[in-house]
Design a protein around this ligand. Structure first.
Ligand code: URA
Ligand code: SF4
Length: 195
């Protein structure tokens, strides 16, 4: 299909731009930019905070400890890495894994918006506070208040979740996150059957 080819080309072109981007100071500290990866026809997109150490080295999202946990979580929701698309609010690793600044998130935002526009997911999971703030700023609520709930905006269903890296060492959050993945599975069954 021509349309599919054009979308793939557009995504590829966008990712090439990200790899050489110098629009914010994070460009200086990175080994590799991490544009994101996955299925261009994904119904489900996941947005984390920023690449960590392993991601920076490999140039791929969620390949460190948080990524291994994320794979388990996806399975609970009946999903595989191959069928989703995974990216972050900023594409380059902040020094010492600090939280990205508002300026960095704003500089990187057009890439995220372009990815959403090309992939057109039905459901976007917001992993952690940074993604929540970036995509649902008007909510003005914390992850603890809204995790596992669905918010529809511009035709997309957003689901805030605890960040897997934060939950990994917090048994209480880990259980909540697992519960939320089961909720997500139920939501997906509902939403995707309407297709
Ligand atoms: N944490 C994130 O938020 N993103 C990654 O890609 C890896 C760890
Ligand atoms: Fe560019 Fe985003 Fe990397 Fe900043 S974080 S240099 S805006 S790709």
């Amino acid at each position: 299909m021509v349309k599919q080819k054009e979308r793939s080309a557009a995504l590829e072109e966008l990712h090439q731009q990200i790899l050489v981007c110098t629009k914010c100071p994070l460009a200086t500290g990175r080994t590799n930019a991490v544009p994101g990866e996955g299925n261009i026809n994904a119904k489900v997109m996941l947005i984390g905070e920023a690449p960590g150490g392993e991601e920076d080295i490999q140039g791929r999202p969620f390949v460190g400890p948080a990524g291994r946990f994320l794979n388990e979580l996806l399975a609970l929701a009946g999903l595989t890495r191959e069928e989703v698309f995974i990216t972050n609010t900023v594409k380059c690793r902040p020094p010492n894994n600090r939280t990205p600044t508002n300026e960095e998130m704003m500089a990187c935002r057009p890439y995220l918006e372009a990815q959403i526009a090309i992939i057109r997911p039905k459901v976007v999971c917001l992993l952690g506070a940074a993604a929540l703030k970036a995509l649902l700023p008007e909510l003005k609520m914390t992850i603890s208040q809204v995790h596992g709930q669905a918010f529809t905006k511009s035709g997309i269903i957003f689901v805030p979740l605890f960040h897997p890296a934060a939950a990994l060492h917090q048994p209480k959050w880990k259980d909540i996150l697992k519960q939320d993945m089961l909720k997500l599975k139920a939501l997906l069954t509902q939403v995707l059957k309407e297709d």
